[in-house]
Every structure is written in structure tokens, then in C-alpha cells.
Design a protein around this ligand. Structure first.
Ligand code: DC
Length: 224
């Protein structure tokens, strides 16, 4: 199986690149952040705090996550397409909070490993290279300056009609960077064997090109 693992902080462009790569290589794309967001959406919809570990754990038994058979592979929470709802601004922070709970991670990691064992897949997230698939053949750490990541997220939210200012988005991204890199279990980290790609001054096409070159063997680690 071809497994391409991409980790990096919020707004680095992982999902844009993941989708582009999957289309170019004709393989599946798995957005693991969407899975944490779906759990967060369910928890919030039940009026439970995503930080309340004791209250969150029993809810996991009520959650089934799957993906639509359409080319978009939209995420389904108990059969319902939640691909738009999980992008809500409040769900970003809730997902980061819920992802600190080891039981939530075990629940989703088991699913991610099963999908990766059964199909050629590009996965993006925070712990794919370090924890979910440490033996993946292709491992990348995609990042960009925090201001650039906030600018991208701000434009994305504004395009969707969200009423939010840049400073709020920047503060939230910094907060999530800290949250995701400092949690006790499987925090965001760049593994030694991952290729570092800084997308601050690169277009999505350029990043996809660089990664494709590695996957097709035109570029080797150490040439970044
Ligand atoms: O990539 P994203 O912004 O959609 O992810 C939402 C949150 O989920 C992120 O703040 C941290 C968490 N996450 C994680 O802990 N591990 C992953 N593999 C993917 C996401």
C-alpha cells in the first residue's frame, strides 16, 4: 500500500495539498482533522464540554464516522453529511480540545490505521508521521509562518461568509498551535525522517509538485 503521511499546524495547507495529491496519484484522501471535528461536533451538540473527559468518553459509543462514496468523500457522522458543519469556527477549538483525550485518539487512530492498511491513501493530521503510521513510506511536515497561515484561514472563513476579523483568527491559530503541540499524548511534532516543506512563499500547486517529485522518486530526502 502507498501511504503518504502529512503533518503540520493549522492552516499550513495540508488538506488542500492532500486533496491535490490524491487526485494526481489516483488514490484516496483521508482528512483526519475532519474526524476529530466530527467527534467535537457531536460532543458540542450534546451540550457536553469537549474538555470534560469523563462525559466525552461514553459518547464515543454513540458515534459512527464514515465517508460518502462520492468523489468528494464527504465525512458522515452517524450517516449524516457534516462536512460543512465541522468547519464552523467554534468547532475548530472544540476539536483541538477533544483531541487531547487519549480515548478519543485511540478510537480514531484505530480507524485511520485500518483505512491505511486497506487502501493507497494520503492522510493529513498532527500525529500521522509520529504515531498513526510511523512506518509510512512517505512522510512530510508541512508548515508556514503563523501570520500567513492565519491569513489563509481568515480568507477561507470570510469566503464562507463568516463574520470574523483577522486578529481573532491569528489569536485562535496561535492558541491551537500551542494546544496541539503541548498535549501529553501524540502531540504535533516533526519526526526526523519527515521532509520539511515551508509553504509560506509557495503556491498549493508548487507544494503538490514538490511532494509528487518525492513520491515518484524524482527527489530524495536531503534535497529539500
Ligand atoms: O486539521 P484540522 O484543523 O481540521 O484539525 C482539527 C483539530 O484536530 C486540530 O486542532 C488538532 C486535532 N487533530 C489531531 O489532534 N490529530 C490529527 N491527526 C488531526 C487533527
Amino acid at each position: 500500500m502507498i501511504n503518504i503521511a502529512i503533518d503540520g499546524p493549522s492552516g499550513a495547507g495540508k488538506s488542500t495539498i492532500g486533496k491535490m495529491l490524491a487526485a494526481r496519484l489516483g488514490i484516496t484522501y483521508l482528512d483526519t482533522g475532519a474526524m476529530y471535528r466530527a467527534v467535537a461536533l457531536y460532543v458540542v451538540s450534546k451540550g457536553v464540554s469537549p474538555l470534560d473527559e469523563k462525559a466525552v468518553i461514553p459518547l464515543l459509543d454513540e458515534i459512527t464516522i464514515s465517508f460518502s462514496d462520492t468523489p468528494e468523500r464527504n465525512i458522515l457522522l452517524n450517516g449524516e453529511d457534516v462536512s460543512t458543519a465541522i468547519r464552523r469556527h467554534d468547532i475548530s477549538k472544540a476539536a483541538s480540545d477533544v483531541s487531547k483525550i487519549p480515548a478519543v485518539r485511540m478510537f480514531l487512530v484505530a480507524m485511520q490505521r485500518r483505512i491505511a492498511a486497506e487502501s493507497d491513501v494520503v492522510l493529513d493530521g498532527r500525529d500521522i508521521t509520529s504515531y498513526v503510521l510511523p512506518d509510512a513510506k512517505f512522510k512530510f511536515f508541512l508548515t508556514a509562518d503563523v501570520e500567513e497561515r492565519a491569513r489563509r484561514r481568515f480568507e477561507e472563513l470570510r469566503a464562507k461568509g463568516a463574520d470574523i476579523d483577522y486578529e481573532t483568527v491569528l489569536a485562535d491559530i496561535k492558541d491551537r498551535d500551542h494546544n496541539d503541540s503541548h498535549r501529553a499524548f501524540a502531540p504535533l511534532t516533526k519526526t526526523e525522517d519527515s521532509v520539511l516543506i515551508d509553504s509560506t512563499r509557495l503556491s498549493a500547486d508548487q507544494v503538490a509538485e514538490v511532494i509528487t517529485d518525492y513520491v515518484l522518486g524524482k527527489k530524495k530526502k536531503g534535497q529539500e
